[in-house]
Design a protein around this ligand. Structure first.
Ligand code: IMP
Length: 180
């Protein structure tokens, strides 16, 4: 089976393609930026984006939306992760977390899949902690401050892809497609 992944991020596409191969699913890249609706809920945002795109793309496709959630900050930056990363960045998050003891955090990824008729969503989550300072030079976004099992995602390199929220959400989708 072939399915289109709509994303402007080539790294995300390559990751999805290699996971898809394990399930016998061919992932094709459609490089496209689309306007994300605003909202407080990642699943709803992903679903609405897919709904919008389904008006012009009639073949099966999926998109992915993710964010970093920090319980001590009431879930911030959550669905605003991309904007927060571009504005206050890792340093800003570290400042907000200064003196905060509860350093738990998680990444959440939502994949919204359009099967030609309806939209289905799949989720993946990875739990970790906000480090005290930035460490590591690999990856992107909040990777240098997200600690998983003692190392930051930016220190883990490709090993991150084995445990990431995105991988978990994509595997949910591919398991579903492989069964069909
Ligand atoms: P989007 O799904 O590309 O819109 O991602 C939203 C934002 O969440 C990105 O700009 C990153 O700042 C952050 N983010 C999502 N996934 C990751 C990840 O795996 N590592 C680090 N930051 C991430």
């Amino acid at each position: 089976m072939k399915v289109i992944f709509i994303t402007s991020n080539e790294g995300k596409f390559r990751e999805a393609k290699s996971i898809g191969e394990k399930y016998g699913i061919e992932v094709e890249w459609r490089k496209e930026e689309y306007l994300e609706p605003q909202g407080n809920d990642l699943e709803e945002i992903a679903r609405k984006s897919a709904e919008m795109l389904s008006k012009k793309i009639k073949e099966p496709f999926f998109i992915e939306d993710s964010g970093l959630f920090i319980p001590a900050l009431k879930g911030f930056p959550g669905p605003y992760s991309s904007f927060v990363f571009k504005t206050i960045g890792n340093e800003g998050i570290l400042k907000l977390m200064d003196g905060v003891e509860d350093r738990r955090a998680y990444f959440l990824a939502v994949v919204a899949f359009f099967d030609g008729k309806e939209i289905l969503t799949f989720k993946g989550r990875v739990d970790g902690r906000i480090a005290k300072e930035m460490r590591g030079d690999k990856g992107f976004g909040f990777d240098p401050i997200f600690e998983y099992d003692g190392r930051t995602f930016a220190e883990m390199g490709d090993e991150k892809n084995e445990v990431s929220h995105r991988r978990r959400a994509l595997e949910e989708l591919f398991r579903y497609l492989a069964k069909k």
